[in-house]
Structure formats: C-alpha cells, structure tokens
Design a protein around this ligand. Structure first.
Ligand code: ADP
Ligand code: MG
Length: 344
C-alpha cells in the first residue's frame, strides 16, 4: 500500500457523484430543483439523445451573482442553509450543496446566470481539470440561469456503460419532469427531446387548471375516475386526488405523494394507502393517486438520503392515520356494504 494522500477535488466529486448522479434523469432532477428553489416561474428543459449528449435547463429565477458562480460549482457550498437549525426546518428542495459539483465532475458543465432584473451582468462559468478550477467569462443572459450539461459520464466510462437506450433514459427524465410539474402547479414547464415538444404545461392556479395539469401528467382517464379530497387536521393538511378502484393499475407507476412540495416514497404512507384500499381492490392491483401532505417542516427530517426522496416523520402515527382516514372516507361510496353491524 502506498502512502495516504488527499484525493483531487475532481475525484472526490466523482465519488460523491456516484450517489447523486446515477443517470441523466438525476441531473435533470437536481438542476430543476435548483430552478424551483430560485423561485423560477418558468423552466425550459431541452434534452438531446436521452440526456447523454445534452441537458439544457433555463429558468427565470433569482440568478447567481458573478462572484458566486465558482462557489455554486464547489462542493459543500450552498446558499440555502447556514446552520444545523436551518437544516431542521429546511423549506428548499436542495441543501447539501453538492449537486452542481458532482455533475460538473462527470460532464462538461456550463453555468450561465444573471441576477440583475435588467439583464446586465450575465456571466458564464465552466469548471475543468483535476482541480475543478472555474473559468469565468461575460455572457449575455436574461435574469435567471441556464445550466448546460454535455457528454454526461464522458470521463467515467464505467457509468456510461450503464446507460440504457435513449428512449429509456428519456422516459426517466420525463418522469422526473412530471413529478416536479405536479409539485409546483404555478410554474410553467416545457420539455423538448431532440427538438420535439413533449410537454408544454402552463402555470395553473385555479382548481380547473390544476385538474387539467394532473390530467396532462397522469392521463385524462385518471382525472375522470378520481375523487378529490381535502382534510385539515390543524398540524396536518392532506389534499389531492385519489383514483377509484375502476382505475386500478398493475403497477405503482401512478402514485405521487408530496410532502411539503417534495415528492417522496415512504413505506409508512404506502402501508396507509394499501390499508385504505384493502377491501375495494383486487389482490395485485394498485391505486393511482396524486396527494399533497403539508406539515410543519420541523416535523419531518428530509436529510435521510442524498437523493432526498426519503423522509422521516416525527409523528409517523399521526401521518398514517391522516392518510388512511382521508382515503378511507374518500372511498366510502364505493366500499361494499359490510354484513356485520356497522362500526363507526
Ligand atoms: P444546493 O441546491 O444543495 O444548495 P447545488 O450544488 O445544487 O446545491 O447548488 C449550489 C448553489 O448554486 C445553490 O445553493 C444556489 O445558490 C446556486 N444555484 C444553483 N442553481 C441555481 C439556479 N438555477 N438559480 C439560482 N441559483 C442557483
Ligand atoms: Mg441543488
């Protein structure tokens, strides 16, 4: 064994990238989350060749000051939290400060941004080489940010080999965009693949517009066979749409559960849903739903996994009861009458 030495910044970032950048869709997720955290009301996503050739995301958010561009690309640098207390009540989608550094270490990344409302002071940054030094140059850009990721995994052949077909990779990207489009109704999303418009979703504020977006994402048949629900228990608010048993699926592909605007997968929630549907669905069939749980951010720990799609609830029983109760009530009309005397 040779002597101990420090890893070069690029290698350290590449190792971290192993956790957060699994495939093109993970890049799209991280970059889009940044746009949403920056308060963008419009995001344009352009993909070429399933994302392995190009991922370009442009937003009209707050933008980044030129002096901050190198930091945006550095590991463990974030504008979103300062202290451990902040982490405990984090409201932004990002907070780890490692996405751009990780992506930059396994692709050719250019970050172009402008934080001025009048559009002056645009600046582009790209990072290269073992030390990940950042080069800056002036570049015109309207207020907001564009992240361009070319040739993902060009320098990590092992990862590149794991990429599936263009179509499969694009499907994963589309899924990420759908989730985020459902998580932020008020934001315009457009998605193009190889020059072709795949989704063009206008910001939705009224209930009718929201329903249209859900129908565009989950298919009109879901909306036609879904019950709208809303419960407010003070600390917990749950609302959204849940599919009638007539719209059951053979897979869990149309199940969207958001906690404070973040899409999550959670065993406890899955269990509550399963129980609520137990006597109305055949074995092996799964419900479809788009549900939003809102609670005090301090009641949920989001720092469980680098991908941030797992959470831990402080009062998991209350969450279980809330989800089960709301779905059970929503399905009351379709539940077969019980033979035994009714118990409230
Ligand atoms: P995190 O999101 O965890 O803070 P990232 O590596 O994803 O870490 O981003 C680093 C920083 O770069 C962010 O904290 C933010 O200040 C800035 N940033 C990244 N993307 C954007 C964007 N689209 N608009 C404005 N600022 C951005
Ligand atoms: Mg981020």
């Amino acid at each position: 064994m040779s002597r101990i030495h420090s890893l070069s910044p690029r290698l350290a970032n590449q190792i971290a990238a192993g956790e957060v950048v699994e495939r093109p869709a993970s890049v799209v997720k991280e970059v889009l989350e940044n746009s949403l955290d920056a308060g963008a009301t419009r995001v344009e996503i352009e993909i070429e060749a399933g994302g392995s050739k190009l991922i370009r995301i442009r937003d009209n958010g707050d933008g980044i000051e030129p002096e901050d561009l190198p930091l945006a690309l550095a590991r463990h640098a974030t504008s979103k939290i300062v202290s451990l207390e902040d982490l405990e009540a984090v409201g932004s989608l990002g907070f780890r400060g490692e996405a751009l550094a990780s992506i930059g270490s396994v692709s050719r990344l250019t970050l172009t941004s402008n934080h001025r409302p009048d559009g002056s002071e645009g600046c582009a940054a790209l990072c290269e080489g073992r030390e990940m030094t950042v080069q800056l140059r002036p570049a015109p850009h309207p207020r907001g940010t564009t992240v361009e990721v070319r040739d993902l995994f060009f320098n990590t052949p092992a990862r590149r080999k794991f990429l599936r077909t263009e179509k499969t990779e694009f499907n994963h990207i589309e899924e990420v965009v759908k989730r985020l489009a459902l998580s932020r109704f008020e934001v315009d999303f457009s998605l193009r693949h190889n020059g072709k418009v795949i989704h063009q979703l206008r910001g939705a504020t009224s209930t009718a517009e929201r329903q249209r977006r859900v129908a565009a994402v989950c298919g009109p048949a879901f909306m036609e066979q879904a019950v709208q629900l809303e419960t407010d228990r003070g600390e917990l608010r749950l609302w959204g749409w849940t599919g009638l048993p007539t719209f059951s699926r053979s897979q869990t592909d149309l199940q969207y559960f958001f906690v404070n605007g973040r899409v999550i997968r959670d065993k406890l929630v899955a269990h509550a849903v399963k129980q609520a549907y137990r006597d109305v669905l055949y074995h092996g069939r799964h419900p479809a739903f788009v549900l939003y749980l809102e609670l005090d951010p301090a009641q949920v720990d989001v720092n469980v996994h680098p991908g941030k799609h797992e959470v831990r609830f402080r009062d998991s029983r209350a969450v279980h009861q809330c989800v089960f109760g709301a779905l059970h009530r929503a399905l009351a009309d379709v539940r077969p009458a019980v033979d035994s005397p009714a118990v409230a």
